[in-house]
Design a protein around this ligand. Structure first.
Ligand code: ASE
Length: 346
């Protein structure tokens, strides 16, 4: 420690410069299927065997595997047959595709979509708007039109967002006792992973996923089985179509996509639809009141700049938006993880 003060060797600057190299090594090992192959094999493998199994060059693979060892994403052992690689515990749980807590899809979204937008971060800061036009040649006027510019992109986004709830979903839903709310709408609920967590935590609730028709179609086809009776769907655009009556509305990572005007517009609509005694649960990554951190949230706010019309906000900022729409008794719970919860009551 003390390295931040050391002007002779600026450890922190070196670390930050290399940050994107670290990300890309992890993304690439995921994308090539290194962790999946090692899980399936059930025994440590040589770099030649991994290269052959994944159709990669022996030289490139050897280097990638060694970098993963340095990052503690793989472990290495010396045997008579030579050097063998195996997954670490954290890779088995989070980096393999088949794990229930897999972060594979969010990594692919970061690596292939988010990463390309960040190429234009300088332009985003200069212009104060998202960079879809430069990154992908699509209009940046309608951020979700741009983000869902193809079915493939939409599916990658939905799968990516779903993976976050496998690690944060339970905490944000348990932050408040939501058991009094039986009839719940998850506005912009996408692939439904948060809805699935919700009905498992609150077995007496039903959750309706309200999302764009093409999102609902993919959610039904790929993510939520018809056997999950507590989950239903409603096709619509929450800015332009009506919002049905319910006891609780979940807006999970929705307000961070939009500017204050759009947020107020949406919350006013939710307030009107909400049953008296009902509420709204905001699930967002909260900034400190002085915006001094957490650094993950500050970085996400930069990402909202390059990808959307929104930003990350403080608890007081969300409270003000809720109050402007008519909601009262606003409670804030920080989970200590990536996403926090804010509850407002009608
Ligand atoms: C959105 C969430 C995300 C819109 C675009 C997004 C995420 C990535 N791109 O509502 C997930 C959060 N991660 C980051 C880096 O912001």
């Amino acid at each position: 420690m003390g390295s931040t003060e050391d002007l002779d060797y600026p450890q922190i600057i070196v670390q930050y410069s290399n940050g994107f190299l670290i990300s890309k090594v992890m993304f690439t090992a995921c994308e090539l299927g290194v962790f999946d192959l090692l899980l399936e094999s059930g025994k440590p493998l040589s770099s030649d065997a991994i290269a052959a199994g994944l159709g990669a060059s022996t030289m490139g693979m050897r280097r990638l595997l060694d970098a993963c060892v340095g990052l503690k994403l793989l472990a290495v052992e010396m045997t008579q047959e030579g050097v063998l690689y195996r997954n670490t515990e954290i890779s088995n749980v989070y980096l393999t595709k088949s794990s229930p807590k897999s972060q594979y899809h969010i990594m692919m979204y970061y690596s292939n979509t988010v990463y390309l937008c960040w190429q234009y971060l300088t332009d985003a800061v200069r212009e104060g708007r998202n960079q879809y036009e430069r990154a992908f040649g699509v209009s940046s006027k309608d951020p979700f039109g741009a983000m869902y510019r193809s079915d493939e992109e939409m599916l990658k986004f939905m799968a990516g967002q779903n993976s976050v709830w496998s690690i944060c979903g339970r905490d944000v839903l348990a932050a408040f006792d939501l058991s009094p709310f039986r009839q719940i709408y998850d506005l912009g609920g996408g692939g439904g992973a948060l809805a699935q967590e919700c009905v498992s935590l609150y077995p007496n609730s039903t959750v309706t996923i309200y999302d764009l028709p093409k999102v609902v179609q993919v959610a039904k086809e790929q993510f939520v089985s018809p056997e999950e009776r507590q989950i239903t769907f409603h096709e619509g655009d929450f800015f332009n179509d009506s919002i049905p009556e319910a006891e609780l509305y979940i807006l999970s990572k929705i307000l961070h996509d939009w500017d204050d005007d759009k947020c107020k517009q949406l919350l006013a609509k939710v307030y009107k639809a909400c049953k008296p005694g009902g509420g709204v649960l905001l699930v967002e990554s909260l900034l400190n009141e002085d915006k001094s951190g957490p650094v993950e949230t500050q970085l996400y706010s930069m990402n909202m700049l390059v990808q959307t019309e929104g930003k990350e906000r403080t608890a007081a900022e969300y409270s003000k938006l809720l109050e402007a729409a008519g909601f009262g008794v606003i409670q804030v719970k920080r989970t200590g993880k990536l996403y926090d919860a804010v509850l407002g009551r009608k």
